[in-house]
Design a protein around this ligand. Structure first.
Ligand SMILES: C[S@@+](CC[C@H](N)C(=O)[O-])C[C@H]1O[C@@H](n2cnc3c(N)ncnc32)[C@H](O)[C@@H]1O
Length: 214
């Protein structure tokens, strides 16, 4: 583990209670349901652009809540997460999946997979927790193991002042400027195809579709 790896999300989800209440805590109540619908719509608009029959790597898969959406484009899904507690929740969903699904402990910073071993990497709600050099490292790993596609959520802000405001307001949150996102894509050897906001109109999270550079 590098010195950059001291971010909260690496350890927060190891707690069994955090894992068990993950979905209920985020998406209950009127605001939670609204956020859920916006997130589904934004990510869904990106996933809809993918072809079918893809071998997906979902990392971090958390409790496996994106699998019903991925399944429509999947031949199989391999879920990885650093938290055994989150994976225990995910395992409860494996039997109801319409495609083969595996779940394993794994570290997005250093994937134990060969180059070009899946068709697509899907990653939601990880990058925003990582210091920017680590976002670059992890996106590089996604690019290395994917033959064709990466779908990955980032926090993106349009102005530097807003970024500073957010950094003062939220610890452990690492938004990017659009040009920083482009730089990360370039250094990972990826082309940005599209991005869709996947939160409320005031939020800054985007699901980004990348193609491996030919
Ligand atoms: C906010 S949750 C998102 C989970 C899932 N993608 C979702 O959208 O529901 C963040 C997840 O990242 C996992 N995580 C944090 N650092 C990780 C790492 N280096 N490698 C793999 N998983 C990691 C946590 O265990 C947690 O399950």
């Amino acid at each position: 583990m590098s010195n950059e790896s001291q971010y909260l999300a690496r350890t927060h989800y190891l707690d069994e209670e955090v894992a068990a209440s993950y979905e209920q805590k985020r998406y209950s109540g009127r605001l939670g349901k609204y956020r859920y619908e916006r997130e589904q719509a934004g990510v869904g608009a990106v996933i809809a652009q993918l072809p079918n029959d893809l071998h997906f790597l979902d990392v971090p898969c958390g409790i496996g809540r994106w699998w019903p959406m991925l399944e429509a484009h999947a031949s199989r899904i391999d879920g990885l997460d650093i938290s055994p507690a989150m994976l225990a929740e995910a395992e409860k969903r494996v039997a109801s999946s319409s495609v083969p699904v595996s779940v394993n402990v794994g570290d997005a910073e250093s994937l134990e997979l060969p180059d070009d071993s899946v068709d697509a990497v899907f990653s939601h709600a990880l990058m925003k927790h990582l210091p920017i050099p680590l976002q670059a490292q992890v996106l590089g790993e996604f690019s290395r193991v994917s033959r064709s596609w990466v779908v990955c959520a980032f926090s993106v802000v349009e102005t530097f002042s807003y970024q500073l405001w957010r950094r003062r307001s939220f610890e452990d949150s690492y938004p990017l400027l659009p040009e920083q996102l482009s730089d990360l894509a370039d250094s990972a050897g990826l082309d940005i195809v599209d991005r869709k906001r996947c939160t409320t109109p005031l939020g800054i999270e985007y699901s980004v579709l990348f193609r491996t550079a030919s």
